[in-house]
Design a protein around this ligand. Sequence first.
Ligand code: ADP
Length: 442
Amino acid sequence: MPIKMPKKKITLAPIQKVLAKVRPVWIERVGMELARGMEVRAGFQEQLGRFFDLLDQSVTTGDPAWMDSILLDWAKSSTETDLEEGLYHVSFLLNRMIALTIQVVRDELPKQQALDFLAAVIPIYTYGLGVVARYEMETRVAHISNEMDKVQKQMERVDKSKSAFISVAAHELKTPITLIEGYSAMMEDLIRENKSASLGSLMGGMTTGIIRLRAIVDDMIDVSMIDNDLLRLNFQPMQINQMIEALYIEIENTLRVRKLTLDRIDFEGNKQWIYIDATRVQQALRNLINNAIKYTPDGGTITINGRTLPGFIEVTIADTGIGISTENQAVIFEKFGQLGRVELHSSGKTKFKGGGPGLGLPIARGILEAHGGSIWVESPGHDEIKCPGSTFHVLIPSRTESPDPKMAKLFDSLGKQKTKTLESDSLLSDENAGASSRIPES
Ligand code: ADP
C-alpha cells in the first residue's frame, strides 16, 4: 500500500537500499580513520553503527531530530581538559565524518546515486553540526563562567588575607615601636635632667625593640621572596647535628627560664654530610623549635629525632604542648593562615602561646620546598589542658653533590684534597678508617 510522503520521499526506497549498501563500508572507513587502537576502534564502530542507523531513520522520516540523542551523548563525553584546552571535539568529528562520507560514496557508488545520497544526508549532517555547536558553546560558556566564579572567589580570599595581613603586621610592628618610643622618651628626659649615667640600660631596651622590628621585617621579606620564587640557595656541605647544636646554644637560656627539656636523640643520618643551604635550613628548624617552645607550657619536653629514608633525612621535632586541631594542620603552613585573630598575637618570641606574625611555618615550608624537601605536622588535636603535643616532620633531601655546578667543583676538589690528607692520616691511625668515604669536616 503506498504511503503518503512529504515531497522528497519519491526516492525513499532506492535511498534506503543505497544506505544499506554504504553502511558497512562507511563504518569500517570512518572507524579506521577516526579511532586509534583496536579496542577503541571496536567501541567506536558500535557507536558509528548507532549513528548510521539514526541517520537512516532521519532520512526515512525526513526528521533530523532523530540524531539529537547520539549527538548530545557524544558532546557530553567531552572532558574538563577538552573544555580547558578549547577543543571543539564533536564538531570536529562531524566535519571529518562529512569529508569521509563524501569519499566513501565517491568510491562506492555510481555518480547519480552518490549525488542522491549526499543530497539526502548532508542536510542532516548540517543540522547535527548546528546541534553540536550550540551544545558545545553553551557548555563552554557555563565552564568559563564557572572558572570566573572560582577566580572571583580566589580574589576575594587574597583580598581578605591581604587586609588580615596588614592588621596583624601593624599590630606586630606596634609593640616594638611602642617600646622604642618609650625608651627614647625616657632617654630624652634623662639627657634634659643631665642624668646620662643610666642611659646604658635604656639603650639596651631600645636595641631589643629594634632587633624585634628587624626580625619581623626580615620575615616579611623572606615570605615575599618565597612567594616570588626569588629565594636563592647557597648549597654547602653540612651535618644536621651541627645545626641542632648551634640552635641548642641559641635557646639554652630560654629553656632554662621556661623549665623546658630539649631531648636531642642521636639518630642515624644526623652526622651525614649533605648539601643544603645551612643558614636557611637552620632558619626553618629554628622556626619549628621556637614554635615548640612557644606552644609548650613550662616544664614540658621538646624532642628532636630523625632517621634516614631513601634520598632524604627526616627530622622530627615533637613537643608536649597544646597541639593543633586537624582542621588547622594544613592552614598553619599557608601564609597568614592564622592571621584572622589579631588579638592572639602578643609579639612574644618565647613566651607560652606568644603568637607572632604567623610567617614562621610558611617560611619553613618555602625553604624546605626550595630544597626539594617537605614539611608536615601530626597532632592528636588542640587541647590546652591535656596538652596532646605536636610533631613536625621535616624531609631534607640528602644530596651528596651540590646542585650548583661551581660549588660542586670547588667542594669536590676540596673534598679530594682533604680525603688525601685523611687517607695518609689513617695510615698512622686506625681510628680514621672509613672517614675518607665521607665529605670531611671543613
Ligand atoms: P606564629 O607562631 O608567628 O603565629 P607560625 O607560622 O610559626 O606563626 O605558626 C602558625 C600557627 O601554628 C601558630 O600561630 C600556632 O597556632 C600554630 N603552631 C605552630 N607550631 C605549633 C606547635 N608546636 N604547637 C601548637 N601550635 C603550633
